[in-house]
Design a protein around this ligand. Structure first.
Ligand SMILES: [Zn+2]
Length: 143
């Protein structure tokens, strides 16, 4: 394992631990809430739905973190396979600073910028045809 890979692995594992801890904290907090308020029967309907919404938000957050966790697991597996940290477009090494900021980046900065340019160009083209549609309407002001 190269020093670069070792460092990437360390930072991925640190993120993984952090996420796991916060998922566990949230799950524990939700369980505690259920234990202090085990019966919803004492509340009126409005309060019950309020609690349900709160739980939906909590569950959504936990789900999001769980998804991030599985992406980190994937990244660690790719790192072990020796394919993590390389650009999927040009095959070059993705800069360390970029991977620290965006651990799931699959492209180097140059390829990402190129892709962004292409997207902007496509969007501009679409705007153009949209403008064309409007000028068509202006040709028939009687309607
Ligand atoms: Zn690239």
């Amino acid at each position: 394992m190269t020093p670069r890979m070792a460092e990437l692995r360390r930072s991925l594992e640190a993120r993984r631990r952090e996420l796991l801890a916060s998922v566990h904290d949230r799950m524990r907090a939700m369980r505690d809430e259920h234990e202090t308020n085990p019966v919803k029967g004492g509340m009126d309907d409005w309060e019950v739905s309020e609690v349900d919404i709160q739980e939906d938000i909590e569950l959504g957050l936990i789900q999001m973190k769980a998804e991030t966790l599985s992406r980190i697991d994937e990244s660690i597996a790719r790192l072990d396979a020796g394919v993590y940290g390389y650009c999927s477009s040009c095959g070059g090494e993705i800069a360390m600073s970029r991977l620290r900021a965006l651990p799931f980046a699959v492209r180097c900065l140059e390829c990402e910028a190129q892709d962004e340019m292409n997207r902007l160009r496509t969007r501009k083209g679409r705007d153009h045809s949209h403008y064309g549609d409007r000028s068509h309407l202006l040709d028939n002001p009687g309607n």
